[in-house]
Ligand binder design. Structure first.
Ligand code: AMP
Length: 287
């Protein structure tokens, strides 16, 4: 079987797995970018990175219900498959896995992948069960797409570290690559959820990047007390009436444990609601 010459859209788990098995038998290197669709330049940058390392580029578009809590935005999550298809074709995607609804989980599915340490903090503390849903679907997608390498974005820094841990602890034969955060010109991290922001909220949302810039600046000028950085960030976000802090944390980059003094590389991460839209962003403080 030849490498796909034109993008193939595959709609069922059995078909993508058969296709991937055939490609593996031929010795093809499969690169994979899992997404929930409504694609933007951040997703495309991950595809470009994967493309440099593989023969066959696979992308999935699946709004995974098991990673949404009961009061979250599963139904409202933005979708535009026609536009996504164009972006994928332009990015040189070979296999686009877009499972038909209801084909990914058996009605009585009862096996889960549960990471029990890194998942308990940051987003995991306020989104109970979220990372269990993420790990489970990524494990399933790895078993279907059989990638040699997969790219995840630093935008979801906690998710990326949890996936790396899952791959290590469950011995998945998949190399995980990290893709840098892609931002709008004014600094807002690209996200499918930015679509929810009304125009004033869109301006307010810049307080996330501003607060990170402040932390990065304080750190660069020698401040090592995480409490001082955190407080400065709280004050910046506090100036925006529409903003409500879910968390602002400075954590060890590897363990995600809270740090008081920054002596090793740390992650400064925050989740802030602008109106009803929950946004996340982060930066790395390299000690
Ligand atoms: P999502 O479709 O939001 O589930 O994201 C799919 C992948 O794209 C994840 O690995 C995200 O971390 C990554 N991603 C989302 N937004 C960005 C961004 N602005 N820059 C880089 N990667 C991103």
């Amino acid at each position: 079987m030849d490498k796909p010459t034109k993008m193939e859209i595959i709609r069922t788990p059995a078909t993508i797995q058969q296709r991937a098995l055939a490609l593996k038998r031929e010795g093809r290197v499969i690169g994979f970018v899992p997404t929930m669709g409504f694609l933007h330049a951040g997703h495309v940058s991950l595809m470009r990175l994967a493309r440099t390392r593989c023969d066959v580029l696979a992308v999935s578009i699946f709004v995974n219900p098991t990673q949404f809590g009961p009061n979250e935005d599963l139904e409202a999550y933005p979708r535009d498959f026609a536009q996504d298809e164009i972006l994928c074709a332009q990015a040189g995607v070979d296999l686009l896995f877009y499972p038909e609804s209801g084909t990914m989980y058996a009605a009585d599915a009862s096996v889960w992948v549960d990471e029990a340490s890194l998942s308990t903090v940051l987003c995991g503390a306020s989104r109970i069960g979220h990372f269990r849903g993420v790990c489970t679907v990524v494990a399933k997608l790895f078993n279907l797409v059989l990638p040699d390498l997969a790219v995840f974005g630093e935008k979801d820094a906690q998710q990326l570290r949890i996936i790396e841990r899952m791959v290590r602890d469950l011995n998945f034969p998949v190399e995980i690559l990290r893709g840098a955060i892609v931002r709008e010109a004014d600094g807002l991290a690209m996200s499918s959820r930015n679509k929810y922001l009304a125009s004033l909220q869109r301006k307010d949302a810049l307080c996330l990047r501003r607060s990170l810039d402040c932390a990065v600046h304080l750190f660069a000028t020698g401040e090592r007390d995480a409490g001082v950085l955190r407080q400065a960030m709280v004050e910046i976000i506090g100036q925006i009436p529409s903003a409500r802090i879910d968390y602002i944390e400075i954590v060890d980059d590897m363990t995600l444990a809270s740090v008081e003094r920054i002596e090793r590389t740390a992650l400064v991460a925050l989740a802030v609601k602008i109106g009803s839209t929950r946004l996340i962003d982060n930066d790395v403080l390299r000690a």
